[in-house]
Ligand binder design. Structure first.
Ligand SMILES: [Zn+2]
Length: 315
């Protein structure tokens, strides 16, 4: 019998990354393409088909066979792999991506929300292994979330569960792309960190970041300034941690989870936000669920979504 592998795909607004995943959860070389959507949905399907074709060719040379394809994409995706709405890749809206890609590849194909894929990857192979119920918070351009309850992913009635990034933390706060104001995403994401610095600089505050050209201001630069003791940068990370801690205190009271796994590019600043996260949970949550909740960093980095999507295709 030929051994089987799966293909995991992490489809983002800018890039798409894909790799073969073995049954033991090992990923092969990660292939990366641009997903700029200026040529529309059909062109993206062709790109994805080409990418998976490359991986299938690699598999044959290794004496393996591809059993299925799992793809994580941004947006609300129902159980049939139909993209209900994708704010970051609107060209996918209303398309039966799983069916269309599966037909082109002639392989069983599932499409899931990208944050859920990351969560499932961490659940099986990363920092979530020791928890039966936990939340993944992905800090990147936005704030994503995935929820595992009793070792199963919880996607809700429409596939829309886990969107912790759009919990309101400041009722009259910054406007959010979702239409609400004061969402967690506007304070704890990489974008929110930069906004926090811009607001303070516009109000006349000074510091290491004051002389940086506007287009060079990134959350990484803010983190560097914070590590050098810059009080403006430290205040912005404290604000981000407080916002996240307020949301997580509510999560602790509602669900009494064992843990929170913090992932994503901006989780490089985990140490800068952790003290204020913990302080808010201590102040706001009930003592028992607040003390139970362990806040840890993800272990799989960029590969979590590929691993999780690949494994979800086997279910
Ligand atoms: Zn929002």
């Amino acid at each position: 019998m030929t051994a089987e592998a799966t293909i995991g795909v992490d489809l983002g607004g800018t890039n798409c990354r894909a790799a073969l995943v073995t049954s033991a959860g090992q990923t092969g070389e990660v292939l990366k393409i641009s997903t700029r959507m200026d040529h529309g949905y059909q062109a993206l399907l062709e790109k994805l088909t080409g990418l998976c074709g490359q991986l299938r060719a690699e598999v044959r040379t290794r004496g393996l066979r591809v059993a299925s394809v799992g793809l994580g994409a941004p947006g609300i995706i129902n159980q049939d792999g139909l993209v209900l709405v994708s704010p970051n890749l609107p060209e996918l809206n209303g398309h039966a991506l799983a069916t269309d890609l599966g037909n082109l590849l002639d392989l069983p194909t599932v499409v899931v929300n990208d944050a859920n894929a990351i969560c499932w990857g961490e659940a099986l192979f990363g920092a979530g292994r020791c928890f039966s119920s936990f939340l993944t918070v992905t800090l990147g351009t936005g704030v994503g979330g995935g929820l595992v309850l009793n070792r199963g992913i919880w996607t809700g009635a429409d596939g829309a569960a886990g969107e912790i990034g759009h919990l309101t933390v400041v009722p009259q706060g910054r406007p959010c792309g979702c239409g609400n104001r004061g969402c967690l995403e506007q304070y704890a994401s990489a974008t929110g960190i930069v906004l926090g610095v811009r607001e303070r600089l516009a109000a006349g505050q000074k510091g290491l970041l004051a002389n940086l050209p506007a287009d060079e201001l990134t959350s990484r630069k803010v983190a560097e300034a914070a590590r050098r003791g810059d009080s403006l940068a430290l205040a912005v990370f404290e604000e981000a941690g407080r916002a996240l801690g307020q949301a997580l205190a509510g999560v602790a009271n509602l669900l009494n989870l064992e843990g929170v796994v913090v992932t994503g590019g901006a989780s490089e600043s985990f140490d800068l936000i952790l003290p204020s996260i913990k302080e808010e949970i201590r102040q706001r949550a009930f003592e028992v669920p607040g003390q139970r909740l362990r806040i840890v960093r993800g272990e799989l980095g960029d590969n979590a979504g590929i691993l999780g999507a690949a494994r979800m295709s086997l279910q």
